[in-house]
Design a binder for this molecule. Structure first.
Ligand code: NAD
Length: 349
């Protein structure tokens, strides 16, 4: 297995292999870059087919966090961790605490958060052995009522602000009244986004493999239900992917009728070349890690107990960052994802 010559290595500052015999913990913590601050990133627990697969995943995700935090102007670097194991069968309190001890040994260079396969309860266990954990602080809404640690509403808000910026840039319209939006996936982020778009006067087409989630949007927001495979073909202004990665690819891009792609899903481009393919079709793409940073902004400032109104302002600044990216991309005749990468690199180098 390659490490320094691994194709995802990309100048990682530190990669730590963590083992605890008593609990059976096998984990990897990757710290890509700490120039802007400690590396914050989720801990994913997954039954990887091989150690090599786990390493590739953690390196790729950790690098992605550096770009996401930098472009969002957060005082954070990028890192990620993976626990090799099935969260349904292999997770024990002892194993999660052992993971917390591994995080503690890094002395604050890495701050752990939840990710797929881990949740708030796991972070609370980790919080018993290290302060370098996020997503466990008690939160309050504008009225002072307790609210959950779920970052999805802020991710949805950032995505909504991003769609407004894209519509302003591409369609020259300030208002979303009558703008047609197709949403792929109405889960935690997608349904919050749908509600905000509806309230702003947009018309919605939605799909989801969960039929009940679609029906809820039809009943509550008057959305039109679309078959999953047909979502790419809708005659709309905006396509908002909020479910899966790699959905912008050789098969789907030629089918899109929307002139804007702006949604919360991670890793939307199947390959780097698909950013250029979108540009060539005249489709304005809001780079995924820019538009979906609302959640990480929320998690970051929750740690410093910042006022909620100020956090919302910071999330709303996603719109300004996207406008800067759209302008630069137009001037330089470059795909927006490539321009976003350069801007992030300027901010963390
Ligand atoms: P979620 O699991 O709550 O929602 C995803 C929805 O997509 C589910 O309702 C699921 O049934 C649906 N879905 C799955 N496969 C589908 C398919 N083939 N076609 C149509 N629908 C399908 O997840 P979420 O928290 O809402 O996140 C949505 C996306 O945004 C993910 O890609 C996630 O990585 C990304 N994201 C989320 C956050 C956050 O704060 N939750 C932050 C950044 C990025």
């Amino acid at each position: 297995m390659k490490l320094f010559t691994h194709h995802e290595f990309d100048h990682h500052e530190q990669v730590v292999f963590c083992h605890d015999k008593a609990s059976g913990l096998k984990a990897i913590i990757a710290i890509h870059n700490t120039h802007r601050g400690p590396a914050l990133g989720g801990c994913r627990m997954y039954p990887y087919a091989s150690e090599a697969e786990a390493l590739t995943d953690v390196l790729r995700l950790s690098r992605g966090m550096t770009y996401k935090s930098a472009i969002a102007n957060l005082p954070l670097g990028g890192g990620k961790s993976v626990i090799i194991g099935d969260p349904r069968h292999d997770k024990t309190a002892a194993l999660i605490r052992a993971m917390g001890q591994a995080v503690e040994r890094l002395g604050g260079r890495y701050i752990v958060a939840e990710d797929s396969g881990t949740g708030v309860a796991d972070m609370q266990l980790i919080g018993e052995v290290t302060p370098h954990v996020s997503g466990i602080a008690e939160k309050f809404d504008a009225e002072g009522n307790p609210r959950s640690g779920d970052p999805s509403p802020m991710t949805a808000r950032g995505t909504y602000v991003g769609i407004r910026a894209a519509v302003r840039h591409r369609l020259g319209r300030e208002s979303l009244e009558g703008v047609r939006v197709a949403i792929q996936g109405v889960g935690n982020v997608g349904r919050h986004l749908a509600k905000q778009l509806h309230d702003a006067g947009a018309r919605l087409w939605v799909c989801d493999i969960n039929c009940a989630a679609v029906q809820r949007m039809v009943d509550e927001l008057g959305a039109s239900a679309v078959a999953n495979e047909a979502i790419y073909d809708q005659e709309v202004d905006v396509f908002a992917p909020c479910a899966l990665g790699a959905i912008l690819n050789d098969q789907t891009i030629p089918r899109l009728r929307a002139c804007i792609v702006a949604g919360s899903a991670n890793n939307q481009l199947a390959e780097k070349q698909h950013g250029l393919a979108l540009m060539k079709r005249g489709i304005l793409y809001a780079p995924d890690y820019v538009i979906n940073a609302g959640g990480v902004i929320d998690v970051c400032y929750e740690r410093s107990a910042e006022d909620r109104g100020r956090i919302v302002q910071r999330v709303d600044a996603i719109g300004d960052t996207l406008e800067e990216i759209f302008d630069r991309a137009e001037r330089q005749r470059q795909p927006t994802d490539a321009v976003a990468d350069r801007l992030a690199e300027e901010r963390f180098s």
